[in-house]
Design a protein around this ligand. Structure first.
Ligand SMILES: [Zn+2]
Ligand SMILES: [Zn+2]
Length: 205
């Protein structure tokens, strides 16, 4: 792990931001490291855009470490359920896709999954509970110490770069009087409604 990109302080910061240390967060930490190796330490405003293909613990590390955040609009979630994270630089359209290498901890993942499933159905013995905890720790260590090239498949990201976030007009909902982004409203029986009011009106029909 290159110290200038990721140090103990930054890792601790990511754990605090997320609320706990877990294998998913570790994956996000290492994906951020790989992205920062490509693009530098932190994104400036919207200069770097992250496109995440799943919603998981690791996304908190990406937001904390790279500065690509949901609120700024330079973090885009695609609901594909894949542990893959792409980063694009707007200035030169360069993009890199960092996908977790599925084979990396396959065996361990199977064992963990078996215990997690058992926990939900019949519960675990104290010994099994401890084993599961140890596995999670092992997995974190494995991820944190892995070679980035072994942990991830890193390739050029497919284009095109996601469009810049637009500033949209707000309009007032005829029903509740609250303002909502124009593109999120619906016309219904001659009125402009926000999404919750539109859904309510349709249920009542
Ligand atoms: Zn977590
Ligand atoms: Zn409304």
């Amino acid at each position: 792990m290159s110290a200038e990109i990721l140090n103990e302080e930054k890792i601790q910061g990511a754990i605090e931001f997320h609320g706990h240390s877990c294998p998913g967060l570790a994956i996000g930490i290492r994906a951020s490291e790989a992205a920062m190796k490509e693009f530098g330490i932190r994104s400036l405003d919207e200069e770097i855009v992250a496109v995440i293909e799943t919603n998981m613990c690791g996304v908190d590390a990406i937001q904390y470490l790279t500065g690509c955040t949901y609120g700024k609009g330079n973090l885009i979630h695609l609901d594909y359920g894949k542990k893959a994270f792409s980063f694009y630089r707007r200035s030169d359209q360069k993009g890199v896709r960092i996908a977790l290498n599925a084979a990396f901890f396959h065996k361990m993942a199977d064992d963990m999954h078996a215990l997690q499933t058992k926990r939900l159905s019949t519960g675990l013995s104290d010994e099994e509970e401890q084993r599961l905890k140890n596995m999670a720790k092992e997995k974190i260590d494995l991820v944190m110490n892995a070679d980035l090239q072994e942990l991830f498949d890193i390739h050029e990201a497919p284009g095109p770069l996601p469009a810049k976030a637009k500033i949209l007009e707000s309009v007032t909902c005829s029903e509740c009087g609250e303002a909502a982004m124009e593109t999120k409203t619906r016309r219904f029986l001659g009125q402009t409604l926000c999404m919750p009011c539109f859904q309510k009106a349709n249920i009542e029909e």
